[in-house]
Design a protein around this ligand. Structure first.
Ligand code: ADQ
Length: 750
C-alpha cells in the first residue's frame, strides 16, 4: 500500500517533468533541422567549389581540344560520388554542352545559374531534392583568364534528410535519457529532503529537538524547545480561558459538538445503563438507576445523539431491543441509541461483583475495607472488557469515533479499543478517587491496569489530587515519560493527557423549576408522609447504600448531637434514603445490616412514641420524590469517607431556589474542593460532625441565604455541560492535532 502511494506521489511529480522534456525535444527538432540544413548547404557549396576546381583544368583542356568523349567519361567518373547527383556543362551563352545521365533535361543552363545564385538553391526532382551549384570554368589564355563555360553541379540532398532523421532520433534519445537521469536525481533528492522534513515535524510534535536532523547548528535546539513550550502555554491558557467565565448549557455543548467534533460519532461505554426495563405485573416498566455516572452522562448523550453501550441488566431489557440489541431512549422521546451487552451470571459475578466491586472499588476508596483480588475475577474482567471493546469497534461507523469510557469497570478497554481503532479519540473518565501509589500497589495486576488506561487519549479525574496520584502511580510502576508541567504521560509512543474535570449535574431548566411544588408544600407532604413532628428540624441523607458514603459515621454524629444537645430530642429527625446496591456482595449485605442495627439502637435510645430520630428508607426513590425531600429539608448531610465527587450535595443545592437549607459536607468528597460555603467536616471526627449539625440546625436565615446563594452560583456555573464540554473541547483539539500528524505520516508514506 505504502509502495503504491509512494509511486503515485512520485509519478505525480515526474510525469509533468517527462512531458516537459519530450515537448522540449520535439520543439527543438525543427530548429535543429534548419540549422543542420544550413550547415550542409554551406558544406555543399565549398564541396562544389572543390569539385569544380578539381575539374576545371581538365574541362578547360577538353573544351579547347574539343574532346567531348573524354569530358563525358570524366563527368561519369566524378558522379560516382554518392552525393554528386549529376553534372552539366554550359557554354558561356548558356547552352548545355555536356551532361551526365541523371541531369534533368528540363533544367536549362540559364535556370540553373539563376537558381544557384539564390539563398536556398534547392530543386525538387522526381527522385528527390538536389542542390544546384554553378561554377565558372576559366581558360588560362595569355593575357587574362577567359570564361570557357560553367559547370553545373547537382548535389543529392536526400542524405541530409537521412542524417536529419538520424540526428532527430539521437536527439530525442539523448533528451529522454537526460530526462530520466534528471528525474531520478530529483526523486532521490526530494525523497531525502521530504523524509527529513517529516521526521522533523514529527519530532516537533513529539516534543523532541526538531531541527537537529537537518541543522547541524545545535544552538537552534533551545529555539525549538522555546517554540514548543510557547505553543503548550497557549494551549494551557486557552484551556484556562474557557473556565468559569462562560456559561455552559445544552445548546453550547451541542454547538461545541458541531464545531469542534463536527459529524464525529460519540460512543459512551459504561457498565450501568441509563434506562432499565423491568418486567412487572402490569407489563414492562422503565426505571432510572441511582447512579452519579448516569446522572452526569445522560444529558451529554441527549445533546449529541450518539450510542451508549451498557450491560443490559433489567429483567425486561431483552424484550424491547431490536435485532442488534439496540433500543432508542429516553423511551418517551428517543434521542440516542442504547446498545445492550448481555452478560452471563458468571461473567457478572466475576467482572462486576468480583474484580470491579470487591477489588477496584475498595482499592480506590480508602474506606478501610480490604480489597479482594481473585484470579478468576480478573479473567472475567478481562474477558468482559474485551467484549465491550469489540462492541465499540462494531458500533463505530468510521475509524476515528469519540469514545467516552466510564469508570473503573473498564480499565482495560481503552487499550483494547486503541488496538483496533488507532485513530479513535478515547476519553476515559474515572468517577471514583485514585489512591496513592502504595495503596494501588497491592493490586496484583497493577501494571496491566495502568497500561489499559494509558490507551486513552484523555484520562479524566474529578480533582487535581487524583490526577497527581495517578501520575505518581504510573511513575512508580511503568517505564513512561511524564511531563508534569502539562500533565501528560507518554507510554509506548502514545501520549495521554491526565486532566481534572470536576463532574456536576444538569442545572434545572425553567420548565422543571416551574413544576416544583413550593417549599412549604414539600415540607408539609414529607412531614405528613413520614409522620414527623410539625416543627421538626429535618436532616436528610441520600445515597446508594454503600460503605464509602459514611452513613454509619453520620448516624453516630446524630446520636452525639442528641447526647450533647438533648433539646433536639423530639424535634430533630434524620431521614436516610439509601438505594440498595451490590446486595449480592456479603460486604454490602453486612454493612446494610449494621446500618439498620445502628438506626434501631439510636431510635431505641432517643425515640419515644410517635418520634424516631433516625428514619432509614432503604429504597430507590424516583427523581421527583428526591426533589421533594431535598426541598423539605433543613439540612443535607454528605459524610462520604472517600468520594470522587458526590452529586447528591449538588442536587440538594440545585433545588433550593428558596436559598434556604444548610449543606454539611465531608472534606473527603471531591465536591468539598468547590463548595466552600458548605459546613466542611471530617466524618471520622464524630464530635466535629455533631457540632456542624448543631450549627446547621441553628444557622440564622440570613447566613443560610448567603451561603446557599454562593453555592448555587458555583453549581450553576460548574455544571455537567461544562464537565463534558471541557473534556470534549480538549478532545477536539487533540483530534485536530492528531489529524495533522496523520496527514504528515501519510505524506511520509506516500
Ligand atoms: P455514586 O457513588 O453513585 O457515583 P453520587 O455522586 O453521590 O455517587 O451519585 C449518586 C446518584 O444516585 C445521585 O444522582 C443520587 O440522586 C442518586 N441516588 C442516590 N440514592 C438514591 C436513591 N435512594 N434513589 C434514587 N436515586 C438515588 C460515582 C462516584 C461519585 C461521583 C459520581 C459521578 O462514586 O463520587 O460523584 O460517580 O461521577
Amino acid at each position: 500500500m505504502a509502495v503504491l502511494k509512494t509511486l503515485r506521489l512520485q509519478l505525480r511529480f515526474l510525469l509533468p517533468l517527462l512531458v516537459a522534456l519530450v515537448a522540449a525535444a520535439y520543439l527543438s527538432v525543427p530548429f535543429l533541422d534548419q540549422l543542420t540544413l544550413r550547415w550542409f548547404s554551406r558544406d555543399l557549396n565549398s564541396r562544389g567549389m572543390l569539385v569544380a576546381n578539381a575539374l576545371s583544368d581538365s574541362v578547360a583542356e577538353a573544351l579547347q581540344a574539343d574532346r567531348s568523349t573524354r569530358l563525358k567519361a570524366l563527368f561519369e567518373r566524378t558522379t560516382q560520388d554518392e552525393r554528386l547527383f549529376a553534372i552539366g556543362l554550359c557554354s558561356p551563352d548558356n547552352r548545355l554542352l555536356q551532361s551526365t545521365a541523371g541531369y534533368p533535361p528540363a533544367l536549362s543552363c540559364a535556370e540553373a545559374v539563376t537558381l544557384s545564385a539564390q539563398a536556398d538553391p534547392r530543386l525538387q526532382l522526381t527522385g528527390g531534392t538536389v542542390n544546384v551549384g554553378s561554377h565558372p570554368v576559366l581558360g588560362m589564355l595569355p593575357g587574362s583568364p577567359q570564361l570557357l563555360g560553367r559547370l553545373i553541379l547537382l548535389h543529392d540532398l536526400s542524405f541530409i534528410d537521412r542524417r536529419s532523421q538520424d540526428t532527430r532520433r539521437y536527439l530525442i534519445g539523448l533528451i529522454t535519457a537526460l530526462g530520466v537521469v534528471i528525474a531520478f536525481i530529483t526523486m532521490v533528492v526530494a525523497q531525502l529532503s521530504w523524509r527529513g522534513w517529516v521526521k522533523g515535524t514529527r519530532a516537533l510534535m513529539r516534543g523532541e529537538g526538531i531541527l537537529t536532523p537537518w541543522l547541524p547548528a545545535p544552538e537552534l535546539a533551545p529555539l525549538a524547545t522555546e517554540l514548543r513550550a510557547r505553543l503548550r502555554d497557549l494551549e494551557d491558557e486557552y484551556r484556562r480561558a474557557q473556565g468559569p467565565d462562560a456559561t455552559w448549557n445544552a445548546a453550547r455543548l451541542r454547538s461545541l459538538l458541531r464545531t469542534q467534533l463536527s459529524g464525529d460519532q460519540v460512543i459512551v461505554v459504561s457498565n450501568r445503563e441509563p434506562y432499565i426495563h423491568e418486567r412487572s405485573d402490569g407489563g414492562i416498566i422503565v426505571k432510572r438507576p441511582a447512579s452519579g455516572l448516569v446522572t452526569a452522562v445522560e444529558p451529554v448523550m441527549r445533546a449529541c445523539s450518539g450510542t451508549w453501550i451498557a450491560h443490559g441488566s433489567g429483567s425486561g431489557d431483552r424484550e424491547v431491543v431490536d435485532a442488534f440489541d439496540r433500543v432508542g431512549v429516553p423511551p418517551a422521546h428517543p434521542e440516542y441509541s442504547l446498545r445492550r451487552i448481555w452478560l452471563t451470571e458468571e461473567e457478572e459475578q466475576g467482572y462486576y461483583y468480583g474484580f470491579a466491586n470487591e477489588g477496584m472499588w475498595p482499592l480506590c476508596h480508602v474506606a478501610h475495607v480490604r480489597p479482594v483480588f481473585r484470579e478468576s475475577d480478573w479473567e472475567a474482567y478481562r474477558k468482559v472488557n474485551q467484549r465491550f471493546a469489540d462492541a465499540v469497534v462494531a458500533e463505530a461507523r468510521g475509524e476515528d469515533p469519540v469514545v467516552l469510557v466510564q469508570d473503573y469497570h473498564f480499565a482495560l478497554l481503552p487499550a483494547m479499543v486503541r488496538e483496533k481503532l488507532p485513530q479513535a479519540t478515547i476519553l476515559t473518565f474515572w468517577h471514583i478517587p485514585w489512591p496513592n501509589p502504595e495503596s494501588f500497589g497491592i493490586c496484583p495486576w497493577r501494571r496491566e491496569i495502568l497500561r489499559g488506561m494509558l490507551g486513552s487519549t484523555i484520562l479524566g479525574f474529578h480533582t487535581r489530587y487524583h490526577c497527581k496520584n495517578f501520575i505518581e502511580t504510573v511513575d512508580r510502576y511503568l517505564e513512561a515519560r511524564i511531563e508534569h508541567e502539562h500533565s501528560t504521560i507518554s507510554y509506548k509512543q502514545k501520549e495521554t493527557l491526565v486532566e481534572s474535570y470536576p463532574i456536576s449535574i444538569e442545572w434545572p431548566g425553567d420548565a422543571e423549576v416551574a413544576a416544583w411544588a413550593p417549599v412549604d408544600a414539600c415540607r408539609r407532604r414529607v412531614i405528613e408522609r413520614l409522620g414527623l413532628p410539625a416543627d421538626v428540624c429535618l436532616a436528610v441523607g441520600v445515597d446508594r447504600f454503600d460503605y464509602t458514603k459514611g452513613i454509619i459515621e453520620r448516624m453516630h454524629a446524630v446520636e452525639r448531637l442528641l447526647e450533647k444537645s438533648p433539646e433536639w430530642i423530639g424535634r430533630f429527625v434524620f431521614v436516610q434514603v439509601a438505594a440498595p446496591t451490590r446486595s449480592a456482595l456479603e460486604e454490602y449485605r453486612s454493612f446494610q445490616q449494621r446500618v439498620q442495627r445502628l438506626a434501631d439502637r439510636i431510635n431505641q435510645r432517643f425515640g419515644r412514641p410517635g418520634y424516631e430520630p433516625v428514619r432509614l428508607l432503604a429504597q430507590h426513590h424516583e427523581h421527583d420524590a428526591l426533589t421533594e425531600l431535598f426541598r423539605a429539608a433543613d439540612i443535607c448531610i454528605v459524610t462520604s469517607l472517600h468520594d470522587g465527587m458526590n452529586l447528591v450535595c449538588k442536587e440538594f443545592i440545585a433545588v433550593r431556589d428558596d436559598l434556604r437549607g444548610v449543606l454539611v459536607l465531608s472534606r473527603f468528597a471531591g465536591a468539598a474542593r468547590e463548595l466552600n460555603e458548605a459546613l466542611i467536616v471530617n466524618p471520622y471526627h464524630v464530635e466535629e460532625t455533631a457540632d456542624a449539625l448543631q450549627r446547621a440546625a441553628t444557622m440564622p436565615e440570613a447566613e443560610q441565604r448567603e451561603r446557599m446563594a454562593s453555592l448555587r452560583s458555583t453549581v450553576r456555573e460548574f455544571n455537567v455541560y461544562r464537565w463534558a464540554g471541557r473534556m470534549l473541547a480538549d478532545a477536539g483539539r487533540w483530534r485536530l492535532r492528531s489529524r495533522i500528524e496523520a496527514r504528515v505520516r501519510r505524506y511520509q508514506a506516500e
